[in-house]
Structure formats: structure tokens, C-alpha cells
Design a protein around this ligand. Structure first.
Ligand SMILES: Cc1ncc(COP(=O)(O)O)c(C=O)c1O
Length: 189
């Protein structure tokens, strides 16, 4: 398996921590660990008493239960905790795609969504949005992009880099199209 480099990360590796003024990235003003621990009375004590040993590979049961509570249809055994978004994208693509499958990726996108899909050997098509049409979601174009072997559609909402949310009626239609064609829908929030 070969993974092409993500150009934005190569660029950031060169400039992110040396540029005098950083005008990109979504973490311009972060909370501190102390701020987060202050949200629960005994959180700091519980963190400091943790031992640094192996944990369950799917993630801690407490964390999985808390994550599942956010969703209506996911139980804690449906949740897998990953250490970064990148790892989740990698795991989902490699679990669901085979060489020769067809996948449609909403673009422009954070580049790993394209490169990791290609690394599976799948054929990757783009559902491209454009500033010229105010980043509208062209559902007819998505419908045309489907092939008989389309296995997965990847979307990103809120969207990096425009920050746009996919309107509910568009998302409903995307779900409908995937269901009708028996394709997985991977939505990266
Ligand atoms: C849409 C999207 N996917 C993946 C990533 C990578 O996230 P992580 O650094 O948590 O792997 C980013 C980072 O900005 C992103 O915006």
C-alpha cells in the first residue's frame, strides 16, 4: 500500500511553527487542559490517578458509553475510539473498500479523504463543489457520479475549508441516493 503525501500537511510542517503570524487552522484560541478538567469536580484527581498501561483496543468503556449517548442509533458496542480523525478515515476506508471498488469523495476536502481512499486501490471520483456556484451541492452531479460498483460516498460537514453545513434536505437526499444504490455513506463531522 502506498499513501501519497498530504500537501497541506507538508506545507504546515515547513511553516506552521515558524511563520510570524498564523492566519489559518481552526485551533487559533484553544482551551487549556486545566479548563477542561475544571468542568467536573473530580476530573483532575481521576486523570492523575490513571496508570499508563494498555487499554481496550476499541476504547475505554466509559468513553464509548458517553459517545454513544450522543447518537440515537448507536450503542456503546458500536463505537470505536480513535486517536485522531485521520485514523478513523483510514480504518473506515480500509474496512469498506477493496481494489476496483468505486468511491465518490466530496471535494474540495482535507486531502487525506482523497489520498487514503486511493490507497485502498479503489477508483476515486470527486463530487466537486465550486465558489462559482456559492459552494452549492449539485445533487444531479452526485447522482451521475454513481457507478454500478460505487461502494461508498464520503462527505464532510461542517466542511473544511468553507465551514458550510450541508443543508438537511441535501443530506436527506444523499442518504436516499446511498440507500437506493446500497452504498455506504461516510460523514466526517
Ligand atoms: C476534514 C478533516 N479531516 C481530517 C483532519 C485531520 O484531523 P486529525 O489531525 O485529527 O487526524 C482534518 C484536520 O483539519 C480535517 O479538517
Amino acid at each position: 500500500m502506498r499513501i501519497a503525501s498530504f500537501r497541506i500537511e507538508k506545507y504546515f510542517a515547513l511553516h506552521e511553527f515558524t511563520a510570524p503570524h498564523l492566519l489559518s487552522s481552526s485551533d487559533a484560541e484553544c482551551v487549556s487542559i486545566a479548563d477542561i478538567l475544571a468542568l467536573e469536580p473530580d476530573a483532575a484527581d481521576r486523570l492523575f490517578s490513571q496508570q499508563l498501561r494498555y487499554t481496550q483496543s476499541e476504547g475505554g468503556p466509559e468513553l464509548r458509553a458517553a459517545a454513544s449517548a450522543i447518537y440515537k442509533i448507536a450503542a456503546s458496542q458500536d463505537i470505536v475510539v480513535v486517536s485522531a480523525a485521520e485514523e478513523g478515515i483510514f480504518a473506515a476506508y480500509h474496512a469498506l473498500l477493496q481494489p476496483g471498488d468505486h468511491v465518490v469523495v466530496e471535494t474540495p476536502c482535507y486531502e487525506s479523504a482523497l489520498q487514503l481512499a486511493r490507497s485502498t486501490g479503489a477508483n476515486v471520483a470527486e463530487w466537486r463543489r465550486s465558489a462559482d456556484t456559492n459552494w452549492a451541492h449539485d445533487l444531479a452531479a452526485l447522482e451521475r457520479a454513481f457507478q454500478p460498483n460505487t461502494r461508498l460516498i464520503y462527505i464532510n460537514t461542517p466542511h473544511n475549508s468553507t465551514g458550510l453545513m450541508m443543508p438537511c434536505e441535501v443530506l436527506d437526499r444523499v442518504i436516499e441516493l446511498c440507500a437506493a444504490r446500497n452504498a455506504w455513506l461516510a460523514e466526517e463531522p
